[in-house]
Ligand binder design. Structure first.
Ligand code: PEP
Ligand code: MG
Length: 576
């Protein structure tokens, strides 16, 4: 199938009415470019009858085309930071992964000996027919998406590649699918004009997210605008001007969104002297999200997944786990969500019938999970399925690691489950990051070796303090001995930070220490610029970090490293 683009046809003599076309405003911004008429052609499919020997290979071609289309959509979504854009792409991924669709296409190939392109066409036509019968308000939108998915699958099978579109182009089309808008955005087109489309059509949502000026509902735009003509559009007023004067061109270029688009960047917080830092939130439940978002947390640095158990008495089914992760990913887009595997046991009561003399040194975190294979595999499956839908956004964090063998075992589970999911044709995030909690002193001392095995280290100062000082973190009687400001802890944190530098492995802190504004300064002074904390601490910590320069923070860290007692450290905190 060849897409007909930038057609040279239609070049009638224009009159004044043809030069100024009125449409409906869709995405604000003015721009000037050359008209390119985009017409989606009907794919031509084979009408042969397959021999029995050909059936198997046609089924294989179908699965290959699905895999290629899925990869394309995934890599498109990977390059998008906007949540709306990703949601629309996931809807298309879901469509091509729909088991019912697969079943119907396979059935058509096997039972009627229909070639794969014709089978796809036929099955999608059934869906389109059903949709038009329903007369649902969403029908036109949905059919654009279905037609686009059908055409793309057939295009892949026919090996038809898209022509390149030049950067100066303004696309004129009857309608556009989400995938097409994103493709045009990647090709850096200057603007979009559609004959159809409303305020909330998928194409408009995407163009808005991608900041491409757009006018919709321009009657007969494809036939009234000559291909290759210079034109100007104003997405705020809905004006489309063909062959504009030099004066109008200058005016419309001034506010050209496409020239400023690449300069927009996410907010980045910095110290007083310009050193960036990242503050994320520690949460256990979705209802903590509003507090986190209101305080400007850049994603979740620690999701305590065992909180669900502590709350409801059970860890939740795979589906419940997936739903929670989905909500968190949607609400925090485009930031990172660090999902810690269940950290049950120890002080976090987990009753599997075993009583322990010393639960904090006992069967907790990864030790328990590696014994309870069903539990860890269920959780990893939930995480990996959701990660396939949100590539690049999820990190897995392993709690209570004390030896390298535990990391190897987790990696093996991840590899197995990923393979299982691939075989079932789930989308997978091949690069999902794996990190460990550094909360056992042995791990801090061996941080180099662990860092070589994982993608990031997250220091859990709550447990690290209890194990370093041999003080039960929950024992009231010993609370005078339990201090996260203890000099030995600073020195251990420094060691981990240095190991991170030496191995090029990011190190963050997610224990309570990071919630203390002065401690946060000392941590930056030790070279750790990613901190995760309780949501209410985000504001005060950010303010403190923005108010000091890095040198002051390094001096504080040096003094803390020289201190010999917690009392001295407290003094340094008070005087900072
Ligand atoms: C820690 O130990 O510092 C930590 C963040 O984990 P938790 O408090 O959940 O044990
Ligand atoms: Mg801990």
């Amino acid at each position: 199938m060849a897409s007909e683009k930038c057609t040279k046809k239609v070049s009638s003599v224009m009159d004044v009415n043809d030069r100024l076309l009125a449409g409906t405003p869709a995405v604000a911004g003015t721009t000037v470019g050359k008209a390119c008429i985009y017409r989606r052609q009907q794919p031509i499919v084979s009408n042969e009858h397959l021999t029995e020997e050909q059936v198997e290979s046609q089924l294989a071609y179908f699965h290959q085309a699905v895999a290629t289309a899925r990869q394309e959509l995934q890599s498109l979504s990977r390059s998008q930071s906007n949540g709306d854009v990703r949601d629309l792409l996931y809807a298309q991924i879901e469509m091509i992964e729909d088991p019912e669709l697969h079943e119907k296409v396979e059935e058509e190939i096997k039972s009627n000996n229909t070639p794969v392109d014709a089978a796809i066409h036929k099955v999608f036509d059934i869906y389109l027919g059903l949709l038009s019968e329903r007369e649902n308000a969403d029908s036109p939108e949905r059919s654009v998406d279905i037609i686009d998915t059908r055409n793309r699958l057939i295009q892949i099978l026919h090996n038809d590649e898209n022509e390149q579109i030049t950067k100066e182009t303004i696309i004129i089309a009857h309608d556009l699918s989400p995938r097409e808008v994103i493709k045009f955005s990647e090709q850096q087109v200057r603007g979009l004009v559609m004959e159809q489309g409303g305020e909330s059509s998928h194409a408009v949502i995407l163009a808005r997210a991608l900041q491409i000026p757009m006018v919709v509902r321009v009657e007969q735009a494809c036939s009234r605008i000559p291909a290759g003509k210079v034109m100007a559009i104003d997405g705020a007023s809905g004006k489309v001007i063909v062959d504009p004067s030099a004066e109008i061109q200058d005016k419309y270029r001034v506010n050209d969104l496409s020239t400023v688009q690449s300069q927009s960047t996410a907010v980045q917080y910095e110290t007083a002297d310009g050193h960036p830092f990242i503050l994320r939130a520690n949460i256990g439940f979705a209802d903590e999200l509003p507090a986190m978002l209101a305080s400007g947390g850049e994603g979740i640095g620690l999701l305590r997944t065992e909180s669900a158990y502590l709350n409801n008495g059970h860890l939740g089914s795979e589906q419940e786990q997936r739903s929670l992760y989905e909500v968190l990913l949607k609400e925090t887009s485009p930031d990172i969500v660090t999902i810690r595997l269940f950290d049950a046991g120890g002080d976090k009561f987990f009753d599997l019938g075993q009583q322990e003399q010393n639960p904090n040194l006992g069967w907790r975190g990864i030790r328990m999970l590696l014994d309870e294979e069903k539990l860890i595999r269920q959780q990893l499956r939930a995480i990996l399925i959701v990660a396939g839908r949100y590539p690049g956004r999820i990190r897995i964090l392993v709690p209570m690691v004390s030896c390298l063998e535990e990391v190897t075992a987790v990696k093996k589970h991840i590899a197995d489950i990923r393979q299982e999911l691939k075989e079932k044709e789930y989308a997978v995030d091949a690069d999902i990051e794996l990190g460990i909690m550094v909360e056992v002193p042995a791990v801090a001392l061996q941080a180099d070796a662990f860092a070589r095995e994982v993608d990031f280290l997250s220091i859990g100062t709550n447990d690290l303090t209890q194990y370093l000082l041999a003080v039960d973190r929950g024992n009231e009687r010993l609370s005078n001995l339990y201090s996260q400001r203890h000099p030995a802890l600073w020195s251990l944190i420094q060691q981990v930070s240095q190991s991170g530098d030496a191995t090029d492995t990011p190190v963050s802190v997610c224990g309570e220490l990071a919630s203390d504004p002065v401690a946060a300064c000392a941590l930056l002074g030790l070279g750790i610029s990613e901190l995760s904390m309780t949501p209410t601490a985000l504001g005060p910590v950010r303010e403190e970090l923005q108010g000091h320069n890095l040198q002051e923070m390094q001096q504080l860290a040096d003094r803390l490293l020289e201190s010999t007692t917690t009392a001295e450290a407290n003094e340094l905190f008070a005087n900072f």
